[in-house]
Design a protein around this ligand. Sequence first.
Ligand SMILES: Nc1ncnc2c1ncn2[C@@H]1O[C@H](COP(=O)(O)OP(=O)(O)OP(=O)(O)O)[C@@H](O)[C@H]1O
Length: 261
Amino acid sequence: MAEQQQGTERVPTVIVDDLHIVYRVHGAGSGKGSATAALSRIVQRKTSPNVREVHAVRGVSFVAYRGEAVGLIGSNGSGKSTMLRAIAGLLPPERGRVYTDGQPSLLGVNAALMNDLTGERNVILGGLAMGMSNSEIREKYQDIVDFSGINEKGDFISLPMRTYSSGMAARLRFSIAAAKQHDVLMIDEALATGDRAFQRRSEERIRELRAEAGTVFLVSHNNKSIRDTCDRVLWLEKGELWMDGPTEEVLEAYEEHTGGK
Ligand SMILES: Nc1ncnc2c1ncn2[C@@H]1O[C@H](COP(=O)(O)OP(=O)(O)OP(=O)(O)O)[C@@H](O)[C@H]1O
């Protein structure tokens, strides 16, 4: 941190080295999908004829540093979410490696929220799931609720999560995750569901998290959110890293490619 403030040394937090991720989809296409067919394949040591492979990330390499906010862009299905899940350690690499300094948190997954519990219980549960202590959660509880804005239109925090709109649920998840300082925080389209006022608050919080020396990854189809929060952008297409550079440079090329802002 001290070195970073002096601007002399950059501390790597995530190293991705020639990463390949392959999904195996079982039961794809038509064919025998019965339990007896599966058992006979196991006995005969044959692989299923219906396993299809999706090579979602193809040889991506980059290094992310402390204090960076990195945007991930690319068309639908280009591999952005897959990359985040792999960095979070949720998907095993087919080839290559991911090294991380500290525990990466993928927003929405780490906060294991329960639909039948009230917002209030979920704040506590999510906090515990992220490794916060009871007293830490108590201390931050009101800030989390205020930040989420869940109670702006009445006492919703004491209602079960299943009664929330998708935007409200996303706001609560973001608020819980953002209450903690993360070594590496990954946010997958979380800002898209909130309204504009909430998006602005979230962007502000992302900048703070970054200043507190973590690394933030943000997947978004909203180029403005990326412009407002990230200083570096990775552009993925068909699982390959097409471009890695300063936000403005990469977004300009991307907008030219996609034909508009
Ligand atoms: N669980 C899965 N099983 C099999 N294939 C998957 C799975 N999840 C994603 N894929 C495939 O992997 C590829 C990359 O998907 P991914 O969700 O990472 O893309 P994305 O860039 O995040 O897309 P979007 O912008 O639409 O969210 C796609 O071809 C998709 O069909």
